[in-house]
Design a binder for this molecule. Structure first.
Ligand code: L14
Length: 336
């Protein structure tokens, strides 16, 4: 007993991780198809000791597929997701194409799994920076409604994909060897640098990544009025995103109370003993599935304010793990 599964965008960083997570979590896969655009088709990936070749994705690829995981650019998702749904597949899409569509559930299972009920064939997987933010926010929201959230992110290059990881390695080597560095993937050198620029900019001066964090956090928490402002920054880290978060709640919540609530939150691990140099870091969060929170403290500028630091593997919980968890939840609820 199992499901016929397709992974679309299998040649990319998230696609790879998706196949790895299906195996690691023991998802009931009865048949597996790896799909991509012409660029990466032809290469192969291992799954349960067998090698699977990536084929070119087309509308007919989805005949007989129960569950399709998309890790594709937005335009590819827009073209192929409806074809998969038309052929009876349930789609879990990582792109930005459907996240803000009111008819499409946008799900982080620990936070809003109930939103899966009544889906119409598409479930959207949120942006990586949003996913790791909403877990600790949900723990606080359940103590006292949130009034305002300010966040600054420190995002790794793997969010952009395999080319960006290569670019960081190459530029680091060139820089240390005193060679000229020529940026390709990003508009400026990323090695030994920071870029306050993720995705394109919008007319209000914020980047799309920043505006995704606003819209998606509101939708997942069911708080369409929530005040949130973000600055998203690319840092020369390979895997795992970090965030500094300032939160104002309706009633004062002490750091101790917040720490306990976060420690109880499924999917969250509190690492908070700064005196012992215990706090989350991207190097240690990489390769793990949880969201790590530390540096929980009072905001000195606001009586009802808290500040904390949150780190998670953007390819795992920020992408592939969250997608497989959504699929597991669909199975559990008889929705696939
Ligand atoms: O999921 O890090 O919308 O460059 C798009 C930008 C994922 C991260 C998304 C990046 C993001 C990506």
């Amino acid at each position: 007993m199992g499901y016929s599964v397709a992974v679309v965008g299998a040649g990319g960083a998230v696609g790879h991780k998706m196949v790895e997570m299906l195996e690691e979590r023991g998802f009931p896969v009865a048949g597996l198809q790896l799909l991509a655009t012409a660029r990466t088709a032809g290469s192969s990936l291992p799954f349960r000791g067998r090698s699977y070749t990536i084929e070119i994705a087309g509308p007919e690829s989805f005949e007989g597929v129960d569950l399709a995981f998309f890790a594709t650019p937005t335009d590819v998702s827009r073209a192929l997701v409806p074809e998969a749904v038309r052929r009876g597949a349930v789609v879990i899409d990582k792109s930005n194409a459907y996240r803000e569509d009111p008819a499409v559930p946008l799900v982080v299972p620990e936070v809003n799994a109930d939103a899966l009920a009544g889906h119409k064939g598409i479930i959207a997987n949120p942006n990586c920076s949003t996913i790791q933010l909403v877990l600790p926010l949900k723990a606080l929201e359940d103590l006292s409604p949130l009034r305002r959230v300010i966040v600054a992110t420190y995002q790794s290059v793997s969010g952009t994909g395999r080319d960006a990881i290569e670019e960081l390695r190459l530029q680091s080597r060139q820089r240390l060897d005193g060679q000229p560095v020529v940026p390709k993937v990003y508009p400026h050198q990323i090695a030994f640098n920071l870029l306050p620029h993720i995705d394109d900019f919008t007319p209000n001066g914020y980047s799309k990544e920043e505006m995704k964090m606003v819209g998606e956090t509101r939708k997942i928490l069911g708080r369409p009025d929530l005040a949130l402002s973000a600055t998203t920054v690319r840092v020369p880290v390979e895997v795992a995103h970090s965030e500094a978060v300032w939160v104002e709640t309706e009633r004062p919540v002490s750091p101790e109370e917040a720490r306990e609530a976060m420690a109880r939150m499924p999917g969250v691990v509190v690492e908070d003993d700064p005196g012992g140099a215990v706090y989350p870091t991207p190097l240690r969060a990489a390769g793990r599935d949880e969201v790590f929170v530390g540096r929980i403290r009072q905001d000195l500028t606001c009586e009802r304010g808290l500040v904390f630091w949150v780190v998670s593997d953007n390819l795992r919980k920020g992408a592939a793990t969250n997608a497989v968890q959504i699929a597991e939840e669909l199975v559990k609820r008889g929705l696939v």
